[in-house]
Design a protein. Structure first.
Length: 370
């Protein structure tokens, strides 16, 4: 474990506040789950905030126990000597509100009813998640962020941070992100929602945790998983191979790609709450960097820090063109914005599957900030 952060503990902070959301509704009190790696330096200038994707969590690196077999979701990026070097940086990752991984979400107890929120939980935007994170940083006494690094929904958070708290943010690294969710991405999430809504066990969000709408959520996750992949990655991994378990002319026989989607969908049911999945999907659909601004230019004008952007050639969920739109506008505004299109066959998941293709560029960028 020489190259690992070792055993880590998820921490929790309760805030006796009511956060005003973009919808106008109030949410509170709040709990935020977070983990930290490395040591805060004397002037607290070495903090990097890692922002997680849709169904991620605060456990970005290390192990929770000696018996753990699976480290945090970005363990290959965070640790001694790694690109997010815990010998140099103090890495912070917090779970977003709306999730089911320790922060306040639909599974939390509504203080007004003493029952789980379920669908009484308010609709969130990514901007609301960032404002909740700001509460956490204030609580920890952190007044400056060396950088914010995140992929997918994490990229959205990085952008929102730079726009709404420019005085705190010294750089951002949005990876596989977008400035506004496309109609195609929204349509895929719509199919995922319908898969859940059509499951009789969903009961309009009032299912029992021990009896979730497993079939609906598994199918919803499968829909999402397709959008994370690419045609090339499916060809490389599965081709048109038929499952060895089934005869080719068995009506219920499946191709290997079908079995793969089944496995991932069913496995996900045990890992994530259905309502939380739906609320976070809605936040993704609603994401638009220009929300409450008159134009893209007005929104991006507020970014005062250097930025490093990565897109992936085979990503059809958040396409390179969507990143390039933002970078082009930032450069037109004479902002420092560097962009790299990474050639990868692994679709939207490229940022998780092939980080070695952009790690050297990220390291150079961070070195220049010190």
């Amino acid at each position: 474990m020489d190259n690992s952060t070792g055993i880590v503990t998820t921490k929790y902070v309760d805030f006796d506040v009511e956060l005003r959301l973009e919808s106008g509704r109030l949410l509170g009190p709040l709990t935020l789950a977070y983990e930290t790696y490395g040591k805060l330096n004397q002037d607290a200038s070495n903090v990097i905030l890692v922002a997680h994707a849709w169904t991620g969590n605060a456990h970005a690196a290390g192990l929770h126990t000696e018996e753990d077999r699976k480290p945090g979701w970005w363990d290959n990026m965070i640790g001694p000597g790694k690109v997010l070097d815990t010998d140099r940086y103090y890495i912070l990752c917090s779970n977003t509100i709306g999730s089911c991984k320790g922060s306040t979400g639909p599974t939390s107890i509504n203080p007004r009813t003493q029952r789980p929120y379920r669908l009484s939980f308010p609709v969130l935007m990514v901007r609301d998640m960032v404002r909740a994170q700001k509460l956490l940083l204030d609580h920890l006494g952190i007044k400056s962020l060396l950088s914010i690094v995140g992929g997918s929904m994490g990229a959205m958070q990085a952008i929102e941070w730079a726009i709404h708290f420019p005085e705190m943010v010294r750089s951002i690294v949005p990876i596989a992100g977008t400035g506004r969710t496309s109609p195609m991405a929204i349509s895929l999430n719509a199919l995922a929602r319908q898969a859940v809504f059509n499951d009789p066990l969903w009961k309009k969000g009032n299912y029992q945790p021990e009896h979730p709408p497993a079939d609906g959520l598994a199918l919803a996750r499968a829909v999402g998983h397709i959008s994370f992949l690419s045609d090339v990655s499916m060809q490389l991994k599965f081709e048109r191979r038929f499952s060895v378990r089934d005869g080719m002319f068995d009506f219920f026989g499946k191709f290997e790609i079908e079995r793969y989607l089944d496995y991932n969908g069913k496995n996900f049911v045990d890992q994530f709450d259905t309502n939380s999945f739906l609320y976070l999907a809605k936040a993704l659909d609603l994401y638009d960097v220009t929300w409450n601004f008159d134009s893209l230019s007005e929104a991006l004008e507020r970014i005062n820090c250097p930025s490093l952007w990565f897109a992936f050639s085979s990503d059809w969920l958040y396409t390179p063109q969507q990143t390039e739109e933002l970078v082009t506008e930032l450069q037109r505004l004479n902002k420092t914005a560097d962009y790299h299109l990474i050639d990868s066959d692994y679709g939207h998941d490229s940022f998780l599957v092939e980080p070695e293709k952009y790690i050297p560029l990220l390291k150079t960028f961070l070195d220049q900030l010190d």
